[in-house]
Unconditional design. Structure first.
Length: 131
């Protein structure tokens, strides 16, 4: 395939903070809200520094359409792994400084297809000495 073009077998890529990824487990996160719609299907999820990303897993995503930030609800926040709508909006504004109440955002249903478990090369092993 040509440089820059993904072949049919390649997975699409999406970035997500590791804290956001962990919300899937800790807060029952079932959605992610983006400024641009993702194509429906599987996406490799990368976290960590942009120039040395860490593979977090693979998600199946389904775009639910576009909504104004003003139209987001407490349910949207809960499904995205946040305790309150205010928390969600603060996070969106932090990640997207030009965000306004009329900005269109795109909620996506997400489901983990595969999760990468850190290997000994990815994470330090710390031994606690017995007392």
């Amino acid at each position: 395939h040509r440089r820059g073009k993904a072949s049919a077998g390649d997975k699409r890529r999406v970035r997500m903070t590791e804290a956001n990824w962990q919300r899937i487990h800790t807060h029952g996160k079932k959605r992610t809200i983006r400024l641009k719609p993702l194509k429906n299907g599987q996406h490799k999820v990368l976290g960590g520094p942009r120039f040395k990303p860490r593979k977090l897993g693979i998600l199946e995503t389904t775009c639910l359409g576009g909504f104004r930030v003003l139209d987001l609800t407490e349910l949207d926040a809960s499904l995205d792994g946040f305790d309150t709508l205010l928390e969600l909006i603060i996070e969106l504004a932090h990640r997207n400084p030009k965000l306004t109440a009329s900005t269109i955002v795109y909620p996506h249903e997400i489901q983990i297809v595969e999760e990468y478990i850190p290997t000994t090369t990815d994470a330090q092993i710390v031994e606690i000495p017995a007392e």
